[in-house]
Design a binder for this molecule. Structure first.
Ligand code: HDD
Length: 702
């Protein structure tokens, strides 16, 4: 039975936490009960409509038929205007230590205090049915079901944003989304309107650098960072504020695909990231992130050469270190995608006591937009009653009625009242603990439509990002710009964009220009040379090889002993080893035994694996070398920088796939990540070397 089917039948285990207990009250397990109508009337035939004679017309009187079709006709709701495609999971957050010195937030007050969470990851541009591995920003939205109400941290996997003021969001989204006449492209930004807008709006430049880097093609949701983006504010019980930026750091390291791989994956498995998250959780490999904060005292508000309120800027970690404060673990998949992942509603304005906003104009606009969009997306003002959205904290108010009202509110519905015993009364009588108090910021200004002077430097941090990249990261950024601008029909737009890039780096602008057939733009003097090593993925590898997938290519006559030895060695470190052969079932081993085949080669592709091993066995390797699918598998994995290993005769397949000079173990291995025995290497030697190579993720310098 597949993991998929098991999950359908796993029933309702004992609730894990307060949120799960609440959700359990809303779950309905229909398997054991008789079929009924919406009204609870039992139905004995849902296959044949009521008709006049066996060959006659269907009768309007058939309430079951009408109800069934009507309900079906109304199953769809509007998709999110951005972030339509996503996947979610439940879990928990727990702080390492009390943060009471900075915030009165209850969920951060005590080491180990667990708060249930729901997290939804997403792409931004594509519709619900688009592929997971497009070049795009990824959403990383977390709902903390705290004892003091829901707190939503609605972030992305990139720490800055395209625009500085929310009033530009409709323009930006119109430009990035599919073009209005032909609704292309589905997923991704490689089209005229996006680059037209971007090239005319220099504040996008910093974010463009990130979006053209490998950050925009993650290997897995489980292997990307998350950022709150804005500067928020921690507030203590006595009203003291501290600026705060939030960072999520994945335990598995930050890893990406390469662009060619991402494009192939979009065809081979459009659900690649969704499947990866689902399967990891089903297998008990619970993804984990560390929450870190950058804290800035209010007195330092003006001590940076950028504005803390400008969402196109980071605070370099070298300037303000990220302090780890807790961990997030995702340990449960939803049971119904629509009910949970689709209906979940995040909102930047869902804050709890101890967390407050700043005047970041992007954040201020978001605080309007989310509730507004959800009113139409979820059909009216009662969506906070949908199970996934309900707080575990008690809810008492005088909001009444509206579409889909689920609650029977007896009694009075206004404040103040005496007839209802004065309930609900203002909270806070007993000293105010647990009450939301807005940070008493002094605000004093003229009513003007003007962007602050301190928001005007659009290039320094774009340059900082470029300067901080390793050579291979820079190469990928150049290739991404060439690809995207190469898809742009308007020469004028391409020229303008390349011109902007000259403000970031002359070589970058020149290489991109070359790639799209334009002359190099005039160099710009005085481009900053500062770096921030924390920005390079080279420094974010993480450790270990848990859940990394290794394909073993096998055929009739494979040395099964070797395969088993390698599998055991890698599995001990948590990697997943799958045997692939031309057909499912099993193959005959070289010594006459048999080896189970996990996947039929034609159903898979190299892009779905992190490394490839070719087993020994003369007959088997001859068959593989004659199979174009196997040759392509190896050739592609090599091109995508993945570790390759061959045992004994297996090297012949590498040669057939034109993998240059396999490195002999013990010499310069694993620097190129191509590992072959020198005749004396045992399966264990190869497995050890492969494990070390897997931990490095990719070999981009081939
Ligand atoms: Fe947004 C959804 C993240 C700027 C308006 N946004 C949405 C989601 C994420 C983000 C992760 C998906 C939530 C989910 O999984 O349901 N958005 C961001 C970040 C931003 C940002 C990190 C900049 C720092 N967004 C932004 C602005 C506006 C919006 C400036 C409007 C002025 N975002 C929305 C929205 C969405 C949304 C239209 C679409 C569906 C939804 O909210 O529920 O309201």
């Amino acid at each position: 039975m597949s993991a998929h089917h098991q999950s359908h039948q796993r029933g309702n285990p004992a609730p894990k936490d307060a949120k799960d207990e609440q959700l359990a009250r809303f779950r309905a397990a229909p398997e054991s009960d008789a079929l009924t109508t919406d009204q609870g009337v039992r139905v004995d035939d849902t296959d044949n409509a009521l008709r006049s004679g066996t060959r006659g017309p269907t009768l309007l009187e058939d309430f079951h038929n009408r109800e069934k079709i009507t309900h079906f006709d109304h199953e769809r709701i509007p998709e999110r205007v951005v972030h339509a495609r996503g996947a979610g999971a439940y879990g928990y957050f727990e702080p390492y230590e009390s943060l009471s010195e900075y915030t009165c937030a209850d969920f951060l007050a005590e080491a180990g205090r667990r708060t249930p969470v729901f997290v939804r990851f997403s792409t931004v541009q594509g519709p619900r049915g688009s592929a997971d591995t497009v070049r795009d920003v990824r959403g990383f939205a977390t709902k903390f079901y705290t004892r003091e109400g829901n707190y939503d941290l609605v972030g992305n996997n990139i720490p800055v944003f395209f625009i500085q003021d929310a009033i530009k969001f409709p323009d930006f989204v119109h430009a990035v989304k599919m073009e209005p006449d032909n609704e292309m492209p589905t997923g991704g930004t490689a089209h005229d309107t996006f680059w037209d807008f971007a090239s005319l709006q220099p504040e996008t430049t910093h974010m463009l650098m990130w979006a053209m880097s490998d950050r925009a093609i993650p290997r897995s949701f489980r292997m990307m960072q998350g950022f709150g983006v804005h500067t928020f504010r921690f507030v203590t019980a006595d009203g003291r504020g501290t600026f705060v930026k939030f960072h999520w750091k994945p335990k598995l390291g930050v890893h990406s695909q390469v662009w060619d791989e991402a494009q192939i994956t979009a065809g081979r498995d459009p659900d690649y990231h969704r499947r990866d998250l689902w399967e990891a959780i089903e297998a008990g490999e619970y993804p984990e992130w560390e929450l870190g904060v950058q804290l800035v005292p209010e007195s330092d508000e003006f001590s940076f050469d950028f504005d803390l309120l400008d969402a196109t800027k980071i605070i370099p970690e070298e300037q303000v270190p990220v302090r780890p404060i807790g961990r997030l673990v995702l340990d449960r998949n939803p049971q119904n995608f629509f009910a949970e992942t689709e209906q979940v509603a995040f909102h930047t304005a869902n804050v709890v006591p101890g967390i407050d906003f700043t005047n970041d104009p992007l954040l201020q606009g978001r605080n309007f937009s989310y509730l507004d969009t959800q009113l139409i997306r979820l059909g009216g003002p009662n969506f906070s009653q949908i199970p996934v959205n309900r707080p575990i904290a008690d809810v008492h108010h005088n909001h009444r009625d509206g579409f889909g009202q689920q609650v029977i509110h007896p009694g009075t519905n206004y404040f103040p009242n005496s007839l209802g015993g004065g309930c609900p009364a203002h909270a806070g009588a007993g000293g105010g603990a647990g009450v939301f108090r807005h940070y008493a910021e002094r605000v004093d200004g003229q009513k003007i439509r003007v962007r602050s002077e301190s928001f005007q430097d659009h290039y320094s941090q774009a340059a900082l990002f470029w300067n901080s990249m390793s050579d291979w990261e820079r190469r990928h950024i150049v290739e991404a710009f060439r690809f995207e601008l190469g898809k742009v029909g308007s020469t004028e737009v391409r020229e303008r964009m390349v011109g902007n890039l000259a403000n970031v780096n002359g070589d970058l602008a020149k290489s991109v220009a070359e790639g799209v057939g334009l002359p190099a733009p005039q160099p710009v003097a005085g481009v900053p040379s500062a770096t921030s090593p924390a920005l390079s993925q080279e420094n974010l590898l993480g450790s270990g090889i848990r859940t990394r997938k290794v394909a073993v290519l096998a055929a009739e006559g494979t040395d099964a002993g070797h395969v088993t030895a390698v599998r055991e060695r890698l599995a001990a470190d948590g990697a997943i080893v799958e045997v692939l052969a031309a057909r499912g079932g099993s193959v005959r081993g070289a010594d006459g035994g048999s080896l189970k085949v996990d996947r039929a080669l034609p159903t898979m592709a190299s892009v779905l694996y992190d490394a490839v091993l070719v087993a020994d066995g003369k007959e088997a390797v001859s068959a593989l070398a004659a199979d174009p699918a196997a040759v392509r598998f190896v050739e592609e994995a090599y091109r995508h920088g993945k570790p390759l290993a061959a045992l004994g005769e297996g090297t012949r397949l590498l040669t057939e796939a034109k993998v240059p000079e396999a490195v002999v173990l013990g010499e310069s291995a694993p620097d190129h990540g191509v590992l072959t025995g020198n005749g004396t290497a045992t399966a264990d030697d190869v497995a050890d070397a492969l494990a070390a190579a897997l931990a490095r993720h990719r070999f981009p310098y081939r």
